[in-house]
Design a protein around this ligand. Structure first.
Ligand SMILES: Cc1cc2nc3c(=O)[nH]c(=O)nc-3n(C[C@H](O)[C@H](O)[C@H](O)COP(=O)(O)O)c2cc1C
Length: 353
């Protein structure tokens, strides 16, 4: 209420990236109020807890990659009631990303189009930020990508390098081959390339550390299944589904729809859920899935879980719904589990797949 009626209109006066930076800077220096927020926003319920990827999650709602690319606000996510966070995408060497503006709000669609292009402080700076944050009490995933100037033939070495630097401070690693904003990156999702790339990333990670592959929602029939199977062959411990879409279906924001980049938020929801379902039909619970795309309510999160997700993440929903989103989703999930007579989140995973 306070967010939608007061804070959001103020934030939306600024362009999307400026508002985003302002919020992150605040959260990064946020000390007073964290205990109060934690008490108000942490939904402590055993039905939300799970062990996934060998890690303990107090609830299944996480921060999606791209929101805290440089690990500037890691301590804040726990206070806002999240069960985990994924920082990055981090590239091995610092790079600026695409020229501004590169992030657009499609308000009537409750969506965002972004073409950030992996703006990154680089692995060394981000590992320093993670070290400064210390243990934050929730699992922290680190999402890695390749530098723009690195040709695809040498991409694996970029991923290895970033992982070498960041793995000691990560609970899991996510390999991003699915951003639409680094030229030709998605070509690395081809099954014949994925297996060896994932294998090299697993070798670069710490022994036993889970390495997950983040996939696009824009696969042709059959291709996603082959890519997922190849990732599992290469040793992937899980799949994150999905990244933003390059499609533009049924958008009301006609002018902004023409902006180049990846679309996220409400219009992505069903596509991302369908992607989770397709992944689950391949994995059948052998490895966990993190469901992401268009989640802005408990019902949306539950839809991903029923489709096969063990955990979920949000990004665009947070822009439109504000800082109470994790609490709202978690409270709502408890109610939905109760309604359906399910003992916990794990019991709901894949029931609709
Ligand atoms: C501005 C912006 C930047 C993003 N940057 C990244 C990124 O660096 N790495 C990545 O894996 N995903 C990135 N994403 C994708 C999100 O993690 C997520 O997969 C996608 O937005 C769908 O979720 P949502 O509808 O809740 O936003 C970005 C999304 C947005 C909106």
């Amino acid at each position: 209420m306070l967010y939608r009626e007061v804070l959001r209109p103020l934030l939306f006066l600024r362009d999307a990236e400026t508002a985003h930076r302002a919020v992150l800077e605040r959260l990064g220096h946020w000390r007073i109020g964290t205990h109060l927020a934690e008490r108000l926003l942490n939904v402590d319920d055993p039905r939300l807890q799970s062990t996934v990827l060998g890690l303990h999650f107090r609830n299944p709602v996480g921060i999606g990659a791209g929101l805290d690319k440089h690990a500037e606000a890691v301590s804040a996510w726990r206070s806002l009631g999240f069960g985990f966070c994924e920082i990055g995408t981090v590239t091995p060497v610092p790079q600026d990303g695409n020229p501004l503006p590169r992030m657009f709000r499609l308000q009537p669609d409750e969506a965002v189009i972004n073409r950030m292009g992996f703006n990154s402080l680089g692995a060394d700076a981000v590992v320093a930020n993670l070290a400064a944050a210390g243990r934050v009490g929730i699992p922290v995933g680190v999402n890695v990508g390749k530098n723009k100037l690195t040709p695809n033939e040498d991409a694996a070495a970029d991923y290895e390098r970033a992982i070498h630097t960041l793995a000691p401070l990560a609970d899991y690693i996510a390999i991003n081959l699915s951003s639409p904003n680094t030229p030709d990156l998605r070509a690395l999702q081809k099954p014949e390339l994925v297996q060896s790339l994932v294998r090299r990333c697993v070798q670069a990670a710490q022994p036993g550390q889970p390495v997950l592959l983040k996939v696009a929602p824009d696969f042709a029939p059959g291709e996603l299944e082959e890519t997922v199977a190849a990732a599992l062959e290469g040793g992937a411990a899980g799949i994150i589904a999905s990244n933003t879409t390059v499609t533009r279906q049924g958008l009301r924001s006609v002018a902004l729809a023409a902006e180049t980049g990846g679309l996220s938020g409400k219009p992505l929801r069903e596509m991302a859920t369908a992607t989770v379902r397709r992944v689950f039909r391949v994995t059948r619970g052998r490895v966990p899935i993190i469901g992401v795309g268009g989640i802005a309510s408990a019902e949306d999160a539950y839809e991903k879980i029923l489709a096969g997700a063990n955990l979920v993440q949000v990004y665009t929903g947070l822009i439109y719904e504000g800082p109470t989103l994790a609490a709202k989703i978690n409270r709502g999930l408890v109610g939905l589990l109760e309604r359906d007579g399910l003992a916990n989140v794990a019991a709901a995973v894949g029931l609709d797949a």
